[in-house]
Design a protein around this ligand. Structure first.
Ligand code: NAP
Length: 481
């Protein structure tokens, strides 16, 4: 059977054994392209989830006691095994979350590089040594050894849109630092996540160091999040889900990468060809289903007409179709998400937005929509669309853009397009976001850059070095000599 025809029936992993749920219940996974069944994963019971956490907890001390270079070597082997499975995993990402095959394979390759870099960077973590006498009244003979130690069991919860990359970016830093992992993939994306773990097992994963839990987040989510043996949570997904997790998981560290409403601010002196190209790429790749997609344009009135024309031309050249056809705009992950996006467009049009580009919508396949003259009373000016829609808002000048952005409830990234770098720095200083891009689209990476969101876009910092830091805590040993 060719990879394309393969239907996947996957099991979950406990102590390096692949298992079905005792109940026999499964969650069916359907292709966003044509709603055909791609395969299934076990719908685990709470008892089974409990066993996964307990086993990760049982072996954690032993895993943490291994030499750092031993953990690093496991990650290097994992990267190698993962690369060998590029075709297979690429195909499953392609089928399961509807990405084109080439971008699905790129995700696997990028992930192998991320794991390698983490394996290297993790060798360079170290603590510090503090003399007591720096503080008045403390003795010189008192000294503190500050060690970096793992939290214990890390719960890693990944989203559907990068089911391999955004899972490994949590698992690799957790493992290199001596934590064990309970991995909960997004249901849509679980098959790819499981295949990625198969590579880790082939690489020599010790028993229990990573266990998988599968099943609907809404069913097993609260149970695993509040499990007393989970010591840290790292999550990527929607803001609502993330906030709910943060509330429930009291007294343990929680790192959250959440939604965004990233603006592209285009000033009068911007290179408009470059701006249009970056904006269209940023807004529409993977049909806008990226946290860092450009989700609203703030165009200064002097250039807004010309910019909109250029955006229109580029968008009209995009191919709309199935991911199997290598289209630029592909079906959204499910009908519910497509309906939500459509409701935002309808609301804007009813309130007077101009439709610059539109086309046929068929079920969850939406043609790219560019809306001009979007105003503040329209929902699409503020809500995260997570789909192929680009609202253009017109602003008099950068002050108006800054004011609009300050009222954004999200704070992931922002782009500024201008030839005046001094002006770009001044505006960047005033934007309350995790990252500002100058003359480039909003995007994550390279993967070793810090990556963070403020306000409703997240908590804590990711990016290889920072993710490693987030997996460690201080432990202080005071010597009284
Ligand atoms: P989601 O619906 O919030 O799901 C994310 C993960 O949470 C999935 O694994 C999901 O499992 C799980 N989950 C759902 N309910 C849960 C609960 N009660 N307890 C524990 N886990 C639960 O998000 P998504 O649709 O996969 O991803 C889209 C969102 O993620 C967008 O808002 C996007 O902006 C954001 N995102 C942010 C970043 C970033 O880096 N800032 C990156 C990518 C995506 P099930 O699939 O089983 O429901």
């Amino acid at each position: 059977m060719s990879l394309e025809q393969q239907r996947y029936t996957h099991q979950y992993l406990l102590n390096n054994e692949w298992k079905d749920s005792e109940s026999g219940d499964v969650v069916e996974i359907k292709s966003p392209d044509d709603n055909a069944s791609v395969g299934s994963v076990p719908a685990m019971s709470q008892n089974e989830v409990d066993a996964a956490v307990e086993s990760a907890s049982d072996v954690q001390e032993n895993w943490a006691s291994k030499d750092g270079h031993v953990r690093s070597e496991l990650l290097h082997r994992w990267a190698e095994e993962l690369e060998k499975m590029t075709d297979e995993i690429g195909m499953s990402i392609h089928k399961e979350v509807g990405k084109t095959l080439s971008s699905a394979k790129s995700e696997v390759k990028r992930t192998a590089e991320l794991i390698r870099h983490t394996a290297e960077e993790g060798l360079r973590t170290h603590g510090s040594f503090i003399q007591g006498d720096a503080f008045p009244g403390a003795s010189r003979s008192t000294k503190a050894m500050v060690q970096k130690v793992p939290h214990g069991v890390v719960l890693a919860i990944a989203p559907f849109n990068y089911p391999v990359n955004l899972a490994a970016s949590k698992i690799a830093p957790a493992l290199i630092t001596g934590n064990t992992v309970v991995f909960k993939p997004a249901t849509q994306g679980a098959i790819s996540g499981i295949l990625m773990v198969e590579a880790l097992v082939k690489a020599g994963l010790p028993k229990g160091v990573l266990n998988i839990v599968t099943g609907r987040g809404s069913v097993i989510g609260d149970f695993v999040v509040t499990h007393p043996k989970i010591d840290m949570i790292t999550f990527t997904g929607g803001t609502g889900t993330g906030k709910n997790i943060a509330k429930k998981a009291s007294m343990i560290p929680v790192v959250l990468e959440l939604g965004g409403k990233d603006p592209a601010i285009v000033l009068e002196d911007a290179d408009l060809d470059l701006s249009a190209k970056e904006i269209v790429g940023g807004a529409f790749s993977y049909s806008g289903q990226r946290c860092t997609a450009i989700k609203r344009v703030m165009a200064t009135t002097a250039v807004a007409d010309e910019l909109t024309e250029k955006i229109k031309e580029l968008v009209n050249n995009m191919k709309v179709g199935k991911s199997t056809e290598g289209a630029d705009i592909i079906p959204m992950i499910d009908q519910k998400s497509a309906d939500y996006v459509t409701s935002l467009v309808e609301d804007a049009v009813n309130k007077g937005a101009t439709v610059v580009t539109s086309g046929e919508h068929q079920d969850n396949l939406l043609s790219p929509v560019v809306l001009d003259h979007v105003t503040e009373d329209m929902r699409v000016a503020w809500e995260e669309q997570f789909g192929p829609v680009l609202p253009i808002m017109r602003v008099e000048n950068e002050l108006e853009a800054i004011d609009l952005e300050k009222r954004n409830e999200y704070g992931l990234q922002a782009s500024i397009f201008t030839k005046n770098l001094e002006n770009a720095f001044t505006i960047a200083d005033r934007l309350n976001v995790g990252t500002v891009q100058v003359n480039g689209k909003t995007s994550r990476g390279p993967d070793h850059f810090p990556f963070l969101g403020v306000k409703n876009s997240g908590q804590g910092v990711q990016g290889i070095g920072r993710s490693i830091d987030s997996m460690l805590r201080d432990k202080v040993l005071v010597l009284n000599l």
